[in-house]
Ligand binder design. Structure first.
Ligand SMILES: [Zn+2]
Ligand SMILES: [Zn+2]
Length: 255
């Protein structure tokens, strides 16, 4: 039976250098539950190792997780990529990792890149700086995401930096995107006023949380049959009576 699912599909963990060291799997899941979310995606920059532990904690309390990553393309465009399973996202990560430049992270400058397990222990860290552009163009990234069965969504298209509109000035039609994300700094309505051509796409909005308090600050509600990747894609395609709406939690409306 279809129902509404509250989803925040853009959250960073301790593995993202810019993500707070408080963003452990346990804290992310606790925050998501506190905010009444049904479904989350943790989308670290060019990495996915935290997902194993986020899934363990989420499974334990009935929160659904869609595996994802946030890629940074050669053009410095951020691209969200969602997958149907942990296996799929890990295979994808293996394929793109060689294209991440061999630049060592400087934790004092960028922050630590650590993997924290379900019991809050640090179980790994990434040496290569993750917040760097892959040596892959936007076109190549989109093609690879689809080759691995994933669903690509340009991130925070309204932002001046690290966004498809910020860098290219428009959303290239040949890439065949079906949905784009608008940052929580604006509303989908305002984004449409600024860029009427976005009406071709389904507009989503999520928190892009780097700190616990931001989880669920903006979320999208999906009317669908289950909180799964397959249903998410059907919902984005408007199959049957599936539909969605963007919700801002902040009392004053949009920032
Ligand atoms: Zn981003
Ligand atoms: Zn992000």
């Amino acid at each position: 039976m279809a129902r509404w699912f509250k989803a925040d599909l853009h959250i960073h963990s301790t593995l993202s250098p810019c993500g707070s060291l408080y963003m452990s799997p346990k804290v992310i899941v606790e925050e998501a539950r506190k905010k009444g979310l049904d479904l989350i995606a943790v989308t670290d920059h060019n990495a996915c190792e935290s997902l194993v532990y986020v899934k363990k904690v989420a499974d334990g309390c009935g929160l659904a997780l869609i595996p994802g990553m946030e890629l940074q393309t050669e053009e410095e465009v951020h691209l969200l990529a969602y997958f149907g399973s942990l296996d799929a996202v890990f295979s994808f990560k293996e394929a793109v990792y060689p294209f991440l430049p061999d630049v060592e992270n400087d934790p004092d400058y960028f922050g630590d890149q650590v993997v924290v397990d379900e019991d809050e222990n640090i179980v790994g860290f990434e040496e290569k700086l993750l917040i760097n552009s892959l040596l892959l163009s936007l076109d190549q990234c989109v093609e690879m995401v689809r080759d691995f069965g994933g669903f690509p969504v340009p991130a925070h298209v309204d932002r001046e930096s690290f966004s498809i509109i910020g860098h290219l000035g428009f959303v290239p039609e040949h890439l065949g995107f079906e949905a784009v994300e608008v940052s929580r700094a604006t509303s989908p309505e305002k984004a449409l006023e600024m860029w009427p051509e976005l009406s071709k796409y389904v507009l989503l909005s999520f928190s892009d949380a780097h700190y616990p308090g931001d989880v669920g600050a903006v979320y999208t509600e999906f009317y669908m049959e289950s909180p799964s990747f397959e249903e998410l894609v059907r919902c984005l395609r408007g199959e049957g009576d599936r539909r969605l709406r963007v919700v801002s939690q902040s009392s004053g409306g949009w920032e």
